[in-house]
Design a protein around this ligand. Structure first.
Ligand code: AMP
Ligand code: GLY
Length: 426
């Protein structure tokens, strides 16, 4: 079987790694891939196509006898890649454009949760600055308030306003300066949820679903959750916060009603469902849905999957997810992201990377590349997040120690990483 993976981050490198372990897989194409997928060799080949070049991707899949396509990132989903491939009779893992609105429109997802009684923060929707400012000016508005652009903003469209001034500034940036363009045409202002965050990931055929382990991301750039928001600086799984009791509530109060609600509304939801949660005294609330796997969470969740990944993906497309095994290793995993100096603001690319040979033989360590390029025998940096270094362990502590000893084997000018990934779970 031939598989096409769409994306270029460490998440897609992990998807490739996982798919490559499946005996049924002959070739894996990655569009466009990165330095790490280029170096995998063997059955893995990078294809220089952009993730948003949907027609070219379909043509490639048809010409190269691709049997299964897996979408890593959200933008092709929002553009309707699943609809396009299905119309052409090609198997693809992911939700349709209409179902992907759970991620691509926060207004849709909030109204959907309200219609189906799914626990989430109370909210209001605004379509112009005047009405948003009027709401902010009401004496009964309590702070913090969370202000969100409705459309896709690569994880950057959320403002936590601690007071009225900050709220007005955010509304001005969204509606007047239009910093996110059309993605900010609609704005959700919601109540601030207390608690701790974790994520749960499901694979679904629309009715049946299977759960991966829970995970926790670290979104801020600095130790102790300080500084700017990033795409994610590290993660671990499973998250001790998501006890069996919490997971049961997540399934009954969130995942099952979400899938049923989408079915009832005629937008069958298939593929990966990422539920970002706030857990307050054991009660889960949805912070956001994503229509894909998380990055960096995939880099801890997939290595802990014991069963054949590709077999499960195929079953999710064929509607037989109930019939395949879906087991996890009874271990923990931690991933530490190494970023370019300056990230998430301005950073320089093109730095030469050195990786000590010992890394390749370190037990239970996996090096996933993100922003790297491999050309003419040289590996250089080519993005903000450069690597995601994963390690497994029989305990979370062991996986953290292993991941950090692997991080030390990698060097490039300006490299930076958080030193406290996983610490708050210990
Ligand atoms: P989102 O893109 O919706 O996941 O929001 C990004 C981040 O903002 C989340 O991971 C939370 O840390 C924070 N956040 C979003 N909504 C809320 C909320 N209602 N209450 C508290 N924090 C929130
Ligand atoms: N780690 C957050 C995300 O993938 O959206």
């Amino acid at each position: 079987m031939n598989v096409l993976i769409i994306g270029s981050g460490a998440r897609e490198h992990a998807l490739c790694w996982s798919a490559a372990r499946s005996e049924s897989v002959e070739r894996i194409f990655v569009a466009p891939g990165n330095g790490g997928t280029a170096l995998m060799g063997g059955k893995v080949l990078n294809v220089p196509l952009k993730v948003t070049a949907l027609d070219d991707l379909l043509l490639f899949a048809a010409d190269n006898e691709v049997d299964l396509t897996v979408v890593g990132s959200e933008s092709p989903l929002e553009l309707g890649i699943v609809d396009l491939f299905r119309r052409a009779g090609k198997k693809i893992v992911g939700p349709t454009k209409s179902a992907a609105r759970l991620e691509s429109s926060k207004v849709f997802s909030k109204e959907f949760m309200q219609r189906h009684g799914i626990p989430t923060a109370g909210y209001h929707v605004f379509r112009n600055a005047f009405s948003a400012n009027s709401y902010i000016a009401l004496p009964e508005t309590r702070y913090p308030q969370v202000i969100k652009a409705s459309g896709l903003c690569a994880g950057k469209g959320v403002f936590i306003a601690l007071d009225k001034e900050q709220a007005l500034k955010a509304i001005g940036e969204l509606f007047e300066e239009r910093i996110f363009g059309d993605a900010g045409n609609e704005v959700v202002i919601e109540e601030f949820l207390q608690g701790e965050e974790a994520s749960v990931f499901a694979l679904t055929d629309g009715t049946a679903y299977r759960l991966f382990l829970s995970a926790q991301d670290h979104k801020r750039i600095g130790d102790g959750d300080t500084g700017k928001n990033t795409g994610g600086m590290g993660a671990y799984a499973p998250a001790p916060l998501v006890t069996a009791e919490v997971m049961q509530k997540v399934e009954e109060l969130i995942i099952q009603p979400t899938l049923k609600g989408m079915r009832d509304e005629g937008a069958l939801y298939t593929g990966f469902l990422y539920v970002g949660l706030m857990i307050d005294e054991g009660e889960p609330f949805v912070v956001e849905y994503n229509a894909r796997l998380g990055d960096p969470e995939t880099q801890v969740v997939l290595p802990l999957l014991k069963s054949d990944f590709v077999e499960a993906l195929l079953a999710s497309v064929d509607g037989s997810l109930d019939e395949v095994p879906f087991e996890m290793h009874p271990q923990s995993a931690t991933t530490v992201v190494i970023a370019s100096g300056g990230y998430p603001d301005h950073y320089e690319a093109g730095k030469v990377i050195t990786i000590a040979d010992e890394l390749s033989v370190m037990e239970d360590c996996l090096l996933f590349h993100a922003g790297t390029a491999y050309e003419k025998g040289r590996l250089t940096t080519a993005g903000g997040r450069v690597f995601s270094v994963t390690a497994l362990g029989s305990t979370l502590r062991e996986s953290i120690l292993r991941a950090y000893s692997a991080v030390e084997k990698i060097g490039f000018e300006g490299a930076c990483y958080r030193t406290d990934i996983g610490a708050k779970a210990l």
